[in-house]
Design a binder for this molecule. Structure first.
Ligand code: C2E
Ligand code: CA
Ligand code: CA
Length: 728
């Protein structure tokens, strides 16, 4: 029962529409009004021209008074023309969100004022239907209609002026006035149709004008079906009775028309046709309403996906920045962009699973949008949120967010890092501002106690350097600012050079020599690292090829691979193709992958590791012991060499524990068939100890800093370094 009533409610349009849906229907009505306005204007212009030629000019030439003639024969057309122009402008300039421009404001106010003035200047009786040929009832009805239209014009003028004032001065949507415009149009169209068609009917012609106008109203404008039924029903019934008052009743006139000598009888319309038309029109209106509603729903879904982050329902980043850009100029008082990063989210995700991670993100977003209810909130990506809010009372709000995040899991230490950037003017680019806030947030990333930091001028220099790197990586590669430096690796027993690691340097025209610490983390953060690495591999192979061609002694090169290289490019294929291009034997290439890269069990990475080995390159584990869970990495992959992180060497001389640890690591690696290399060897004592515990290779300042290739060969030439023939 309930379902059936729901069904009927839906069919007849009694259901509750969402704001989006009713706005959508409303907007499309306003658009229809502007088309219809245009047609009315054309029609009335045509009528004015016709009247001028057929009535005014002949009568004027016969000695009539021009003003009287104009008033008598054209008043009602001017009237409709003005209404048409007014409504067309009104609808054309309607915009749900934007403020009116000055030009549009002036246009609207002038037309509105003209409408009002017109009704004041003309005398009412010129409108009265005076033809003696129509019935008294009809004359009365038509007079009422004309007077209403006349009064209407005044109201419409006032509405247009009021709308323009509100919109221009206060930038407010004046919804009742907009509805009034649509209703006005409906009534004007119906009145016009009835008016013209009655005269036509009376002259024995068909009632086409009325039917056309009803079609306009019913099909171009979309009311809820029950409203359509009401409007059309009343109008049809009303007109039907008007026609009944015609002397002959509804026995419509039949006319005889002779075409090429044949006589045709044309029936001008009859009651049955009239009712059939009403029924079919009503059906079409229903269909259009429901069609348009479906359209609204589809378009809402589309619009939603363009604006919202699907997981959290917050604005997505691009829509957030668009809204922020639009709202910045209207902000008063101190406002900030916040960049909120969740500390340890990755650990949470790893330990609790992806689904739980998603639930956590949803909870955080809900909290952020509650706490910053009056502000603009969005999700940038991953666990990064952005907010545009007023600076006042900020710390309480952030504490509230932090409290939720901190208390979310009993075992994992969670919290937020928030960077803030104060807006300094209306010309701010939100993306730049957010980037500064993000930069600030990064500075406190590993400080558990600090949840908030503001971007300030002191950060500005470092920030700009970073920006410079991001913007110039392509130039740096293209212009040869990226240079490979080579650091020797030696056998621990003989001290002879058995390889070298390629380390990037950026020789910048502005900043001078930049070290990997300056640019590698930034390039990784912005996912540009593959551009650098691809270039470095090529430079290294080119150098190696040149040395081989020149008959110089060569050693294998170790290349550093970032975890992101495997995501951002097909790193293994690139490497293999470059090696082929420069004809580099595979045993001369070592691939270094850091331990942290391998920690999340990412299938693409596994595949890449297997391909490296399968293609015949040597696979080295870099920075062993610098992160956590290293032993799993050893279990999951077969490395040729494990590079022990230089942190183990600090304090080696005084710490028995450090010595034991290194000893054990080397034993363990050997037991699972991996060789070892220790990095950061700076003293002879360290080197001797490492040799004594069986570490195969050594690398560090003791044997040489990273230097350009020429300098390396110079050292070899001087006998400071001896090149070993041994490969393993
Ligand atoms: P890494 O791969 O662990 O490279 C060793 C780093 O330790 C180098 O720093 C090297 O100069 C430094 N080093 C070598 N021996 C000693 C020593 O005896 N004492 C001390 N204190 N340091 C020593 P560098 O060149 O600044 O590189 C830093 C990191 O940047 C590298 O660490 C590597 O992870 C990364 N990196 C460098 N070049 C590239 C590259 O072309 N691509 C990628 N993806 N990463 C690179
Ligand atoms: Ca390395
Ligand atoms: Ca290393």
């Amino acid at each position: 029962m309930k379902r059936a009533s729901g069904f009927f409610a839906r069919i007849f349009g009694f259901e509750k529409l969402s704001k989006y849906e009713s706005d959508y229907l409303h907007d499309s009505n306003i658009r229809s009004c502007s088309y219809m306005g245009f047609i009315v204007v054309l029609l009335e212009l045509w009528m004015l021209i016709r009247q001028t030629y057929s009535k005014i000019i002949p009568k004027y030439q016969a000695g009539g008074d021009l003003f009287d003639l104009l008033v008598k024969y054209t008043s009602k057309y001017w009237l409709f023309l003005l209404i048409g122009v007014g409504l067309m402008l009104f609808c054309l300039f309607y915009n749900r969100e934007k403020k009116l421009s000055k030009g549009r404001f002036i246009a609207l106010v002038s037309v509105g004022t003209a409408c009002m003035l017109y009704t004041l200047v003309l005398k009412l009786e010129t409108f009265m239907a005076t033809s003696e040929a129509i019935t008294p009832v009809m004359a009365a009805i038509m007079n009422i209609m004309l007077v209403s239209v006349y009064v209407f014009l005044f109201v419409i003028g006032a509405v247009i002026v009021a709308y323009a004032l509100f919109k221009y001065l206060k930038n407010k949507n004046v919804v009742p006035l907009e509805h009034l415009a649509i209703i006005a149009f409906t009534l004007v169209c119906l009145a016009f149709g009835i008016f013209v068609s009655y005269s036509d009917f009376w002259a024995g012609k068909e009632i086409i004008c009325y039917l056309t106008m009803v079609l306009y109203v019913g099909c171009l404008l979309i009311y809820r079906p029950y409203v359509t039924l009401l409007i059309l029903g009343t109008s049809f019934l009303g007109f039907y009775f008007i026609l009944l008052t015609y002397q002959g009743g509804l026995t419509f006139a039949r006319q005889e028309v002779v075409i090429s000598g044949v006589a045709y009888k044309i029936i001008s319309g009859d009651a049955v046709n009239y009712i059939t038309f009403f029924i079919s029109l009503a059906t079409i209106c229903f269909a259009i309403y429901h069609g348009r509603l479906t359209e609204a729903r589809n378009s809402k879904a589309l619009e939603k996906s363009a604006k919202e982050d699907p997981l959290t329902g917050l604005y997505n980043y691009s829509y957030f920045t668009k809204l922020a850009k639009d709202s910045i100029e209207n902000l008063t008082g101190d406002h900030v962009f916040l960049f909120i990063d969740v500390h340890n989210f990755k650990a949470f995700n790893d330990q609790r699973g992806f689904e739980a991670g998603n639930r956590f993100l949803v909870a955080i977003s809900k909290c952020i949008s509650d706490v910053f209810r009056d502000s603009l909130c969005g999700r940038q990506a991953d666990d990064h949120f952005v907010v545009l809010t007023k600076a006042e009372g900020l710390s309480d709000r952030l504490n509230a967010v932090n409290a939720l995040v901190h208390g979310y899991d009993d075992e994992i230490l969670l919290g937020i890092n928030c960077g803030a950037y104060h807006l300094s003017g209306s010309a701010e680019d939100p993306r730049m501002s957010i980037d500064r806030a993000r930069y600030a947030a990064k500075l406190i990333k590993n400080r558990y106690q600090t949840i908030y930091i503001e971007y300030d001028e002191r950060m500005s220099e470092a920030y700009h350097k970073r920006l410079y790197i991001i913007n110039n990586i392509d130039n740096a590669v293209k212009n040869g600012w990226i240079v490979p430096f080579y650091q020797p690796v030696v056998w621990s027993d003989s001290g002879e050079m058995c390889g070298c690691e390629v380390l990037a340097r950026w020789m910048d025209p502005v900043y001078g020599r930049l070290f990997p610490n300056d640019f590698i983390p930034v390039l990784e953060e912005y996912r540009l690292i593959h551009k650098l690495d691809r270039a470095i591999y090529e430079f290294a192979f080119r150098d190696l090829r040149a040395a081989m061609d020149a008959g110089k002694p060569v050693v294998p090169v170790s290349l550093n691979f970032s975890r992101l290289d495997f995501e951002l490019m097909d790193a293994v294929t690139e490497l293999d193709e470059l090696a082929a291009k420069y004809r580099i034997p595979k045993e001369l290439v070592h691939v270094e992958v850091t331990e942290s890269a391998l920690m999340d069990n990412y299938s693409k990475l596994n595949e890449a590791m297997e391909r490296i080995k399968a293609l015949g390159y040597s696979l080295w584990l870099d920075d062993f012991g610098s992160g956590y869970s290293s032993l799993n990495v050893l279990k999951d992959y077969q490395f040729d060499v494990v590079k022990i992180d230089m942190r183990f060497l600090s304090n080696l001389e005084n710490s028995e524990k450090s010595r034991t640890l290194i000893d054990c690591i080397i034993q363990m690696a050997n037991r699972i068939n991996m060789l070892t290399l220790t990095e950061g060897v700076e003293t002879k004592a360290q080197a001797e100890f490492l040799h004594s515990v069986g570490c195969d290779r050594l690398q560090g300042y003791l044997f040489g800093r990273p230097i350009p290739l020429d300098a390396l060969y110079e050292r070899i030439g001087k006998g400071e370094l001896t090149v070993s023939e041994r490969r393993v």
